[in-house]
Design a binder for this molecule. Structure first.
Ligand code: SF4
Length: 433
């Protein structure tokens, strides 16, 4: 029996707004697929043959033959996932799905798939396959308990690497060191999709994942912008991960592409841990802004003390030789029309070298989604527009049109005097847009 895993395509910022390509003098960053499929493939029973297709790299067509098609996707990819699933089902093929969107919007996803998996899939996937083999596929599969991470086999990154094309291939793939988060940031899907308990991936498994990435010549992208640093046990976990990374003999810049973090976290870290991060070879923090009180007060309200803390957090990265690659969000309820000027002013004062800009997006299932739905402020449920580059809701303090124009002007203004970035060495000039 052959299972064809599919990672459906979605629109990046520059796909939604091609004019950005004229203004941003960097190559577009192609991140690896999320770990979902690699992790599910790793718990697939040996009697099932598995194959993987990244629809962004090789668009899926009906010529790809399999007994069962298994999709994993988040909200921006839902439009394409439904298009592909409908195409396959019209030809009589069986299609199942899991991931963040089916977990958050099971009623919507169910209309397009023969079965959906809600929540973490590792525990129920073997049973789903067994049911399919017996012709007894159920419409829904849901684990009642979070998966025990000590039982997690290494993700099948080999499937991803084998699906690359010479022209389109990620330099890094995600490496997971935790799941879940006890905090509840307004627009974040992590607590809703992975649970509110912070669970740590055992050290040996992270080491193995690092070794696997090294084997394929790939960097690790530690994507969790989690509450790690607020909890002492989690800080110890991060410290052991960084110590393992420091032991990795690959040169600086050759083992990890970035680690996700926030300004409050940077300010709360002791210098020893930041020094260790730098010694471990981390030369970029993916600094997510707009979710935390510092950035909301600094950019939205123009609070001078918060602005000072925002600047200090970026300067602290510079002090340790770590590039602060900021992701600056606009459209929070606290943002008035001055937010764009405040953000540009901040990038100058904090010496931000490169950045991306994002539009606040109420992802299904998040507290923001529930709140804005209740307030009747969501006017667009075309899922491909949920990619941080489109306005899908009515902002509180400006029109949707003003928010979109402000977002585009941020890209234009920030990069207008940075043409030199296009002359950087390969690997240094990629950016997420
Ligand atoms: S943004 Fe980070 S800290 Fe906040 S809920 Fe999400 S994972 Fe947790």
């Amino acid at each position: 029996m052959k299972v064809q895993f599919v990672y459906p395509a979605f629109e990046r910022h520059a796909n939604s707004h091609p004019e950005l390509l004229e203004h941003v003098p960097c190559n577009e960053y192609l991140g690896g697929p999320s770990l979902g499929i690699a992790s599910i493939a790793a718990v697939t029973p040996p009697w099932a043959e598995v194959a993987f297709q990244d629809d962004r790299v090789h668009p899926l067509t009906s010529s790809v033959q399999a007994d069962l098609y298994a999709f994993s996707f988040f909200t921006p990819a839902a439009t394409r996932a439904f298009e592909l699933a409908d195409m396959l089902r019209a030809e009589g093929r069986k299609v199942v799905a899991g991931g963040i969107f089916p977990t958050m919007m099971p009623e919507v996803a169910s209309k397009h798939f023969d079965a959906i998996v809600i929540g973490e899939g590792e525990g129920v996937w073997p049973a789903l396959l067994d049911d399919f083999r017996k012709g007894e596929l159920k419409p829904r599969y849901q684990e009642t308990e979070p998966f025990d991470l000590t039982q997690l086999p290494p993700p099948r990154i080999d499937l991803y690497v084998n699906a690359e094309s010479p022209d389109l291939h990620p330099d890094d793939y995600p490496l997971q060191i935790s799941r879940g988060c006890p905090l509840e940031c307004d627009a974040c899907v992590v607590p809703c999709s992975m649970g509110k308990k912070l669970r740590l991936v055992p050290r040996e498994q992270s080491r193995q994942a690092l070794a696997d990435l090294a084997k394929f010549g790939k960097l690790a992208a530690v994507t969790e912008d989690t509450s790690f640093f607020f909890f002492s046990g989690a800080r110890r976990h991060l410290k052991t991960f960084l110590e393992d990374l420091r032991e990795d003999p690959r040169p600086r810049g050759g083992k990890i592409s970035y680690i996700g973090i926030s300004m409050p976290m940077i300010l709360s870290l002791d210098p020893e841990l930041l020094k260790l991060a730098s010694e471990a070879g981390i030369d970029r923090f993916y600094l997510v802004c707009g979710f935390d009180p510092i950035t909301r007060d600094a950019f939205g309200k123009g609070d001078p003390a918060a602005m000072d803390r925002a600047i200090q957090s970026v300067l602290r990265c510079h002090d340790f030789g770590i590039e602060p690659y900021t992701s600056l969000l606009v459209g929070n309820d606290t943002d008035d029309e001055h937010v764009f000027d405040r953000i540009l002013d901040f990038t100058v004062k904090a010496r931000v070298p490169k950045t991306e800009f994002a539009i606040f997006t109420p992802y299904p299932g998040t507290p923001a989604w529930n709140r804005l739905q209740a307030e009747g402020r969501i006017f667009d449920t075309e899922w491909k527009h949920y990619n941080d580059a489109n306005v899908v809701f009515r902002p509180r303090q400006m029109s949707p049109e003003r928010l979109l124009e402000g977002y585009l002007s941020l890209w234009r203004e920030f990069y207008k005097d940075k043409k030199h970035l296009s002359s950087l060495e390969h690997g240094q000039k990629t950016i997420q847009f």
